[in-house]
Design a protein around this ligand. Structure first.
Ligand code: DAS
Length: 345
């Protein structure tokens, strides 16, 4: 039985802060430039996670934060092995009762791929938030500090649970499924074709939408059961197209090729025979498009996918289609299963 004084003290005691772990991988958010005027010319992956955290005392107002340096690389150099190592660490932390949320600091170049990979493979409803920055912390009007504070805020909020892996950039909260880096040198670089899920303003998350596609706890994929990922390559479509790249990728061991087609994932006449031959040899052919932002590739429209046994990536851009295809083929999926997954995830 609490006496009145203890009860009053308990009532007035501040609520325990959420325990958030920051997993650092490098990128511009850990970058450094020569002068404050260097907002686009700098070296990525220089500042260690402990300095990122100690340099932002405001973090202590929103969460109890600790950091781990998983990698220190620019994200254009991420490999499948990096994805597996990071994903397994995220899953292990998410399984710990003393961890309420996880933030991954990451370079912006392949941030969207990592976010989608985690979205599909980490079996947790705890918030996992991926964050980067477009300017190094040494630059005037650097965006990394507020992005990191906002990411930790979202990772610590109960309202973020069950929404899959999130990306926080430029005051916006995006789903890891949809978001893509759309501009190469501006702080509003990250866009979702179907819009952000919400915003973070002065330490609070405001939600306006929630994901409808499968993810995390409702996913068929499980990072803890994943070994090596199969090779899947992307070939970019354009005028004067040839089949050289597709054949070379298959010869190098690709189990699937994602076609970044013009328009509605169109395939040039000069390329169709090679893709049909590769399909006959067991290579999966996935039609994505250069222009999917805000639309989706329609099956049997530009190509007879049923007849050719090809798969359409629906609204996923080529780099996201590669992630889903790798995971699907890692489980031995056939083209029918792969097509279902493109519509469900
Ligand atoms: N090279 C970029 C990367 O690491 C820098 C960045 O924007 O984070 O993705």
């Amino acid at each position: 039985m609490l006496c009145a004084a203890t009860f009053a003290a308990a009532q007035s005691a501040p609520a325990a802060k959420p325990q958030v772990v920051v997993l650092a991988t490098g990128g511009t958010i850990a970058g450094a430039g020569a002068t404050a005027a260097n907002s686009a010319s700098y070296q990525a992956a220089k500042v260690p996670v402990d300095k990122l955290i100690s340099g932002l005392p405001e973090l202590a107002n929103v969460a109890s934060v600790r950091g781990e340096q998983v990698f220190q690389i620019a994200s254009e150099s991420f490999t499948n092995e990096h994805l597996l190592t990071l994903g397994k660490r995220v899953a292990a932390l998410a399984a710990q009762a003393d961890v309420n949320g996880i933030v991954v600091t990451h370079g912006t170049d392949t941030l969207e791929e990592t976010a989608y990979f985690l979205h599909l493979t980490v079996r947790t409803d705890k918030p996992v938030v991926v964050v980067g920055s477009m300017r190094p912390g040494t630059a005037l009007s650097a965006d990394g500090a507020l992005n990191l504070l906002n990411a930790v805020t979202v990772a610590g909020e109960a309202s973020s649970r069950g929404k899959g892996v999130l990306v926080v950039m430029n005051d916006e909260i995006h789903t890891g499924r949809d978001v893509t880096k759309s501009i190469n040198i501006r702080t509003e670089a990250f866009k979702s074709p179907w819009g952000p899920l919400g915003m973070v303003v002065e330490g609070k998350a405001y939600w306006f939408r929630a994901p409808v596609k499968r993810h995390t706890l409702n996913s068929e994929f499980d990072i803890t059961k994943l070994g090596a990922l199969p090779r899947v390559d992307i070939a970019y479509g354009s005028g004067n197209a040839t089949d050289t790249a597709y054949k070379a990728f298959a010869a190098a061991g690709a189990k699937a090729i994602v076609h970044a087609g013009t328009g509605n994932g169109s395939v040039a006449n000069a390329v169709v025979p090679a893709l049909r031959e590769l399909r006959a040899q067991g290579v999966q052919i996935v039609r994505s498009a250069r222009v999917v932002g805000g639309g989706f590739v329609i099956r049997n429209a530009e190509q007879p996918d049923d007849q050719y046994d090809w798969v359409v990536a629906h609204d996923l851009n080529p780099q996201k289609a590669r992630i889903l295809t790798m995971l699907s083929l890692a489980q031995g999926a056939d083209s029918k299963t792969l097509q279902r997954q493109f519509l469900e995830y």
